[in-house]
Design a protein around this ligand. Structure first.
Ligand code: ADP
Ligand code: GLC
Length: 483
């Protein structure tokens, strides 16, 4: 079975969030099951600067905005998969893959349409005819519109099926109607049954309409997005296609996230010897200049994009109470200016209790996940969420809002039978978050309960093997569909 992966980010090449983790690791696990995967990415500046040993796989020659374009196609061979980079310096050789702190790049519609179209051309350039095109999120959703309208009479693309995965319905790629012509799609796609969305063009909708099947990254989120509350205006379309909508929980890459040998950590630890975890905590306390007696106080961490989705308003409204309960909090994040400013302001006022770092910092992310006692994820919605699974593996107990993948991965601790791996709250309110933290702290101060929790957390297995098998089965099912 041959799969073409189309997505805008993938580790270890480029990452802004969980999409990068998933697209970088899932193909490797699929390859181990015997599938043949080729991954296509834009040749971003960030990737060029990595100076990878690339080979020239060919040139994509195709028309774009009335001109013939000649685009170098670069290949990076890994033991498991083939990775291809599509070069177009005018679109990709700039700072920021989606935008900068002043906002999104104004030509993102054209940038990702180009990437989607030229990924399809690239398949032909390298002679890789996949059974399934697996596109992810709005940036590559539009490839399925091209497949439907531009390649339908091309025998090379004949019988290729498609899967579209929603990692986040909040980002849809919405552009003015004029874009249709600029990206070379026929004007007839602009109707409400296809890509029109309240008078504008919606790229993600193309993924929902033209794919053979749709998946999302947790079973709970697959149900939530069919409701107006979480559907971002597309719940109706998703309800109509619910027969072919699947929820497959993301996995985590246990080799990148292993407390026993994580190269990004100064100290290592395991279920049977947690002394390294305490040393990581001491290191965090030192880094954030907390008072020395903080080592015996509970410490909560958060590593997150700073976006409305992540519940930062809830957190901000709760912090005073959390500090009163004796909690120290460290936050690593980057994103919306309003949250960056808010967090830095709060930190100025409460330096003994709150540590904030505004950055994208892989090393600090691992240290916070390893060295904290608790991990906070008060999301408004969360398609899957990976940091709760990373935290579990490092014996850091998640406190989460019970939505999406957080609901599917975290089970409230039950002191009677010592089951459960974290703490959950349902209502989107500061009171509910504070109550959940209180419950956690009650157990934190009773070491026999706390060690059970840590053991439960660290034995949980969320590795990719199971999810990769589910994807492989779904590909088989899609392949059997008659058009
Ligand atoms: P989302 O994809 O919505 O951002 P996930 O929990 O799925 O949420 O994935 C977030 C990923 O990005 C995790 O690997 C997390 O460690 C990482 N991450 C988020 N913010 C930062 C940051 N500021 N620095 C380093 N890593 C970060
Ligand atoms: C999205 C979601 C996150 C999910 C990630 C990977 O960015 O916000 O919940 O874990 O994609 O699927």
């Amino acid at each position: 079975m041959k799969i073409a992966f189309l997505a805008s980010e993938a580790i270890p090449y480029v990452k802004t969030g969980g999409l990068g983790d998933v697209v970088g690791s899932l193909p490797v696990y699929l390859a181990r099951l015997g599938l043949e995967v080729s991954l296509f990415l834009p040749f971003y500046l960030e990737v060029q600067e990595k100076k990878l040993p690339l080979t020239r796989a060919g040139e994509i020659i195709a028309s774009w905005q009335g001109k013939e374009m000649v685009c170098p196609l670069w290949e990076y061979k890994t033991p498991e998969i083939r990775v291809f980079f599509i070069q177009n310096n005018a679109y990709y050789a700039r700072t920021g893959i989606y935008g900068t702190s002043s906002g999104d790049h104004p030509d993102n519609g054209e940038r990702f349409a180009f990437y989607s179209l030229f990924s399809l051309h690239a398949l032909k350039t390298i002679g890789f005819k996949p059974d399934i095109i697996h596109a992810h999120d709005w940036q590559s959703a539009i490839s399925l519109a091209y497949l439907r309208y531009l390649f339908k009479d091309d025998p090379f693309f004949d019988s290729i099926k498609s899967l579209f995965t929603i990692h986040n319905l909040a980002y849809q790629g919405i552009f003015p109607p004029e874009i249709i012509e600029r990206i070379g799609l026929p004007s007839r796609v602009f109707n409400f049954r296809e890509m029109e969305f309240y008078g504008r063009v919606n790229f993600l909708k193309a993924g929902l309409i033209y794919s053979d099947a749709i998946s999302t990254v947790s079973p709970t989120y697959s149900r939530e997005i069919q409701l107006p509350e979480y559907g971002f205006g597309l719940d109706g379309v998703l309800r109509e296609r619910s027969q072919i909508l699947f929820g497959i929980l993301n996995g985590i890459d246990n080799s990148n996230w292993n407390p026993e040998n994580d190269p990004l950590l100064p100290y290592h630890f395991s279920r049977s010897d947690l002394s390294g975890k305490k040393k990581c905590k001491a290191e965090l306390i030192r880094l954030f200049n907390f008072p020395a007696d903080s080592l015996d106080q509970p410490l909560a961490g958060m590593v997150s994009r700073l976006a409305d989705q992540k519940g930062l308003d809830l957190l901000a409204a709760s912090l005073e109470n959390l500090f009163f309960l004796g909690l120290r909090v460290v936050i690593l994040g980057q994103g919306d200016q309003k949250y960056q400013d808010l967090l830095l302001q709060l930190q100025k006022e409460k330096q003994k209790f709150l540590g904030v770092k505004i950055a994208f910092d892989e090393v600090l992310a691992h240290l916070i996940i390893a060295g904290s006692d608790l991990f906070l994820i008060p999301s408004r919605f969360e398609p899957c969420g990976l940091t709760q699974m990373y935290s579990l593996r490092y014996g850091t107990i998640p406190i989460v809002r019970a939505v999406g993948g957080l609901e599917d991965t975290i089970e409230e601790f039950d002191p009677v039978n010592l089951r459960g791996n974290g703490f959950k709250f349902k209502e989107y309110s500061a009171e509910a978050l504070i109550k959940a933290v209180r419950r956690a702290l009650d157990f934190y101060y009773q070491p026999h309960f706390w060690s059970s929790l840590i053991q439960n957390a660290m034995v949980a297995d969320f590795s990719w093997e199971r999810s990769a098998r589910e994807y492989a089965q779904l590909y088989q099912l899609i392949k059997s569909f008659n058009h």
